[in-house]
Design a protein. Structure first.
Length: 153
């Protein structure tokens, strides 16, 4: 996980519609940047739907929400449409941004070791500095947790 107080790594990635987004376009606004393992899985769906439900409250506080996973643009599009997600989700199949944000790690499940995304959420300030960082977050609780963090920052 990246350290609080450090500059957030830049990125340029396609969203669920194939439109490219970069960190610079969020300058001047706070950014909730969350990394999740896989579209259409139970935890990831709860987390995404929670962020979508609270999205108007994030924007009222001058913040944007962006999710990132290694899933394809097409997978993200289906995920967005199925659940009516109101925020941007970015595709990183090359893993470069996942690695830059230190969320692509070795995972152990039922005795099996594999590489995957560690569910992590960063709050980035208007100047691109990481002001909060949470790893191994609880998917269902993360959206409300980040709304509280935003109110305190």
């Amino acid at each position: 996980m990246l350290e609080v107080g450090t500059k957030a790594p830049d990125f340029t990635l396609p969203d669920q519609n194939g439109v490219m987004h970069s960190l610079q376009e969020y300058a001047g606004r706070k950014l909730i940047l969350y990394f999740y393992p896989k579209d259409n899985t139970a935890g990831c769906t709860k987390q995404a739907c929670g962020f979508s439900e609270l999205y108007p409250q994030f924007t009222e506080k001058g913040a944007e929400v962006v999710g990132v996973s290694k899933d394809s643009v097409a997978s993200h599009k289906r995920f967005e449409e199925k659940y009516g997600l109101k925020f941007t989700i970015l595709s990183n199949p090359d893993l470069d941004v996942l690695q830059a944000y230190d969320v692509w790690k070795e995972k152990k499940s039922r005795g099996k070791v594999s590489m995957g995304v560690i569910r992590t959420t960063y709050l980035i300030d208007e100047n691109g500095i990481i002001v909060r960082a949470f790893d191994k977050v609880k998917a269902a609780d993360n959206p409300a947790q980040m709304l509280d963090e935003l109110a305190q920052s």
